[in-house]
Design a protein around this ligand. Structure first.
Ligand code: 5GP
Ligand code: ZN
Length: 113
């Protein structure tokens, strides 16, 4: 997806403050952080959103989720964090490349549900 901003970050065409990278996934700081720790975790392969995830993505997403706790702790969210995945228009998704927000490092966040 040449016009996808997160694919362009993966390719190195747009700079990002990377905090973790391996063959399958990338984590980088959100450009508009809402907390002391605000990191986006993405699969390198373009997947639009949770709405389009299929069984063929299970191993990749399992790996991504298994990495979130370590990334959060390394970034300083040692006392808990919130993980948010916005999906589609109603879900408030702005960038249509699947990403998990890791938010923490500050005061306890207000309950959402
Ligand atoms: P969404 O609403 O899609 O879940 O959130 C997209 C997030 O991507 C927003 O928090 C926004 O600040 C972040 N973002 C958008 N463009 C860029 C960018 O070019 N670089 C980085 N690091 N973050 C971005
Ligand atoms: Zn993409």
């Amino acid at each position: 997806m040449s016009d996808c901003i997160f694919c362009r970050i993966v390719k190195g065409e747009i700079p990002a403050a990377k905090v973790y990278e391996d063959e399958q996934m990338l984590a980088f700081k959100d450009i508009r952080p809402i907390a002391p720790v605000h990191v986006l975790v993405i699969p390198k392969r373009h997947i639009e959103s949770l709405a389009t995830v299929g069984e063929e993505d299970a191993a990749l997403l399992g790996h991504l989720f298994a990495s979130i706790g370590k990334i959060a702790a390394e970034q300083g969210a040692t006392d808990g964090f919130r993980t948010i995945i916005n999906s589609g228009r109603v879900g408030g998704q702005e960038v249509y490349h699947l990403h998990a927000h890791i938010i923490g490092g500050g005061a306890p966040l207000p309950a959402m549900i």
